[in-house]
Ligand binder design. Structure first.
Ligand SMILES: NC(=O)c1ccc[n+]([C@@H]2O[C@H](COP(=O)([O-])OP(=O)(O)OC[C@H]3O[C@@H](n4cnc5c(N)ncnc54)[C@H](OP(=O)(O)O)[C@@H]3O)[C@@H](O)[C@H]2O)c1
Length: 346
């Protein structure tokens, strides 16, 4: 079996093979003819790259005489949903997450749930966590086959240990770790209590920190870790002292973890949303009037004049989790309608 030129093209009826995906996500047709075939092996496929084959992404295909041909006269087997995503240049338009295993903490709601849907659509196997069994069950009903729900309070390290063991048993390793679980509580400095401080820090920072730390043995080479941070880490919004600090701590962790984990080719990034329409504000303890006031003021400040959707964050997370982002690590990526660059209400 060989790669790299189109010189030794097999007669059409003898062409058998599989689709393989190379390191750069390009699909190639790989011959599966053996030396038992009458002419000399190895046979070469239409592939200009010098690389070992990637994982097989389609079962063996036997071409038929009416299958389309490529410019070298080789048969492109009639398959393929997989082929449909390709552009005219022959590249896939969007990277697939086929066969990747993704763990999403806080996946029963909002951004976590939207990301679970996005990753499933792209072919990943998804595990979501949450601290309420009923909410997890409801989310799994929406997500359907391919998703598993595991009850785990991110602030409780015993739960995190158990989560790691369950994921290990289910899948052995993890390719995408989306550390998303978080709470938002907002109050002025003088109103802060130790209890509120500990709750926010234990979930948003300590829980996130140990989720990464305890999942390290399960992270596959080349895997992607994404933390859900916030523009509050850097914008100095009033009443966000503890919440903003919990997210700023994540941004610092991303930088250190990305350098520590680079030798294992594990990428670590964060995503920082601005205001996103999710249930988080309902859980933040605002009364209706304060919630409406906050929403109106925030919309006025965002240059695009609206809240973002959970879906818009999920797309960015899916990209960072994919091999399309293979050279991206140690960064924080803002999805905020321009909020961070608009310090004045306009
Ligand atoms: N929405 C925004 O405007 C915005 C902006 C910037 C950053 N963020 C961040 O985005 C992340 C997701 O929030 P969201 O807006 O999608 O809100 P959400 O709908 O409330 O989702 C938060 C998720 O985290 C879970 N969670 C909270 N505490 C947990 C714990 N101790 N253990 C396990 N799971 C826990 C929640 O479960 P329950 O349903 O049980 O609470 C829920 O599934 C958070 O980290 C948040 O800080 C949100």
């Amino acid at each position: 079996m060989g790669y790299g030129s189109a010189k030794n093209v097999l007669p059409l009826p003898e062409l058998r093979g599989v689709l393989v995906k190379s390191h750069d996500e390009v699909l190639h047709f790989r011959c599966e003819n053996t030396p038992a075939t009458p002419s000399a092996a190895p046979y070469h496929c239409h592939c200009s790259h010098d690389h070992p084959p990637g994982p097989i992404v389609a079962p063996a295909i036997i071409s038929t005489p009416d299958s389309p041909k490529n410019s070298f006269g080789m048969i492109i087997p009639k398959l393929l949903p997989l082929w449909n995503g390709r552009s005219k240049t022959g590249r896939q338009n969007m990277s697939t997450l086929q066969n990747k295993v993704a763990v999403i903490t806080g996946g029963n709601s909002g951004i976590g749930l939207a990301t679970a849907k996005e990753l499933l659509e792209k072919g990943a196997k998804v595990i979501i966590t949450g601290r309420r069994q009923s909410a997890i069950d409801e989310a799994i009903k929406q997500l359907g086959a391919g998703a598993t729900g595991i009850l785990a309070d991110t602030a409780d390290l015993v739960h995190t240990d158990a989560l790691v063991q369950k994921v290990k048993k289910l899948h052995g390793g993890v390719d995408i770790l989306f550390i998303n679980a978080g709470v938002g509580h907002f109050f002025p400095l003088e109103a802060a209590t130790e209890e509120q401080f500990d709750q926010i820090m234990n979930i948003n920072f300590k829980g996130a920190y140990f989720t990464l730390s305890k999942f390290l043995p399960l992270l596959n080479e080349g895997s992607s870790v994404i933390f859900l941070s916030s523009v509050s880490a850097t914008t100095g919004m009033a009443n966000s002292s503890v919440y903003g600090a919990s997210k700023a701590a994540l941004n610092s962790l991303v930088k250190v973890a990305s350098t520590e984990l680079a030798p294992r080719k594990i990428r670590v990034n964060s995503v920082s949303p601005g205001p996103i329409e999710t249930p988080i504000l309902d859980k933040a303890g605002f009364d209706e009037a304060s919630r409406d006031g906050f929403t109106t003021a925030m919309k006025a400040r965002v240059p695009l004049k609206r809240f973002g959707t959970a879906w818009e964050v999920a797309k960015l997370v899916a990209f960072l989790g994919s091999d399309d982002a293979a050279f991206i690590t140690g960064g924080d990526y803002v999805v905020d309608g321009g909020l961070a660059v608009n310090p004045f209400f306009a």
